[in-house]
Design a protein around this ligand. Sequence first.
Ligand code: AMP
Length: 211
Amino acid sequence: MNLILLGPPGAGKGTQAEILSKRLGIETISTGVMLRTAIREGTELGTMAQEYINAGKLVPDDVVVGIVKERLSKDDCKKGFILDGFPRTTAQAEALEQAGVRIDKVLSLEVSDETIIERLSGRRECKDCGTPYHVVYKPSANGDKCQVCGGPLIQRADDNEETVKNRIQVYHEQTEPIKEFYQKQGKVVVAHGREELADTTREVAKALGLE
Ligand code: AMP
C-alpha cells in the first residue's frame, strides 16, 4: 500500500505511521524527521531548513520534493510506503503525481486546533531516532530514554507556543486544500485523533479496511 498521512501538527501522524509501518511491513518516509536529521548532522540542507522550521514556515517545495523523490527511488519503497508530513502543499501533491508515484489511499487524521496546542506542549521525541512520545498519552516504557534506541527524549524546538500558532495557520492555509485534491480522486479516508492512543489506532485500522 502506498499511503499518505494527512493532518495538522500533533494529530498523531508520526505515531500512527510507526504502528502502520510495523503492521504492514512498509517504510515510513517522514520529511520532518529527514529535515531534523539534516539539521543535527549540520548538512547544507539542514542549515537551509532550520530557519524555516524554527519559524513554523514550510521549507520550499522544490527542496522537499527533491529529497522525497530520492528516498522513494530506493528499493525498500517498492513494496509500499507511508508518507508522513508530505505532501504539505498542493504543488507537492502535483509534483508527486507528475513523478508517476501511485498513491492508493490518503488517511486524514483529524483533531481540533485546541487539541493540537495541548498535545504539542506534551510532545517529546527521541533525539537520536525521532520516535515520537507524549508525556501523558504515549510515555516511553524506558522513562526519559527512548524505548526503541535508548536515546534521550527532547522537546522539539518548533513545539513552542509562537511557532505552533504559525504552524496551525500554515496547515489551514497551505496543507488542508490537499484533502480536496485527493477527495476528487476518491482516495481520502478519515479517522479522528482520539485521546486514547488505542482508540485512534482502532479507528485508523477501520478507516483503512485493515480489520
Ligand atoms: P513535521 O515533523 O512533519 O511536523 O515537520 C516539521 C517542520 O519541517 C514543518 O513545520 C516544516 O517547517 C518542515 N517540513 C516538514 N515536511 C515538510 C514538507 N513536506 N514541506 C515543507 N516543509 C516541511
